[in-house]
Design a binder for this molecule. Structure first.
Ligand SMILES: [Zn+2]
Length: 132
């Protein structure tokens, strides 16, 4: 966990926000749902939802991806931005949305049982079949 303040946006810039407070270091999630929505595994940090301040969010739409979660995306450019577990105070943010410097490290691979066979995991990063 790191206390930071960062800016983020989607590809077209119609969704822009700032984050502050504690950010979890980055988890790469290899579950089938992340694969299907990001086109590859997902790299997510996580913050308390109250620590996101939107500058623009008119094109932000939500997709209920399972009983326990929804995913936020830009309806203009298609960027996959958020993962939100229903009923929690936190939200995951796709790390590629941030402007540099991100100042976070990739600390683990999760849901590696969903990993496809076209890429290799970095051996220096701990891996977990499901959650860490
Ligand atoms: Zn966009």
């Amino acid at each position: 966990m790191k206390k930071l303040s960062m800016k983020a946006s989607c590809l077209c810039g119609c969704i822009q926000f700032k984050t502050n407070g504690y950010h979890r270091n980055i988890q790469n999630c290899h579950c089938i749902q992340c694969m299907k929505t990001h086109g590859h595994y997902a790299a997510y940090t996580n913050v308390e939802e109250q620590n996101i301040k939107f500058i623009k969010k008119k094109t932000l739409k939500w997709f209920r991806s399972s009983k326990r979660a929804k995913r936020g995306f830009c309806s203009k450019c298609g960027a996959s931005i958020f993962f939100k577990a229903i009923g929690t105070k936190n939200i995951s943010i796709a790390a590629g949305m941030f402007n540099r410097p991100v100042k976070l490290k990739t600390i683990e691979n999760i849901f590696t049982k969903g990993k496809l066979d076209y890429y290799k995991l970095d051996r220096h990063i701990p891996k977990f079949k499901r959650y860490s």
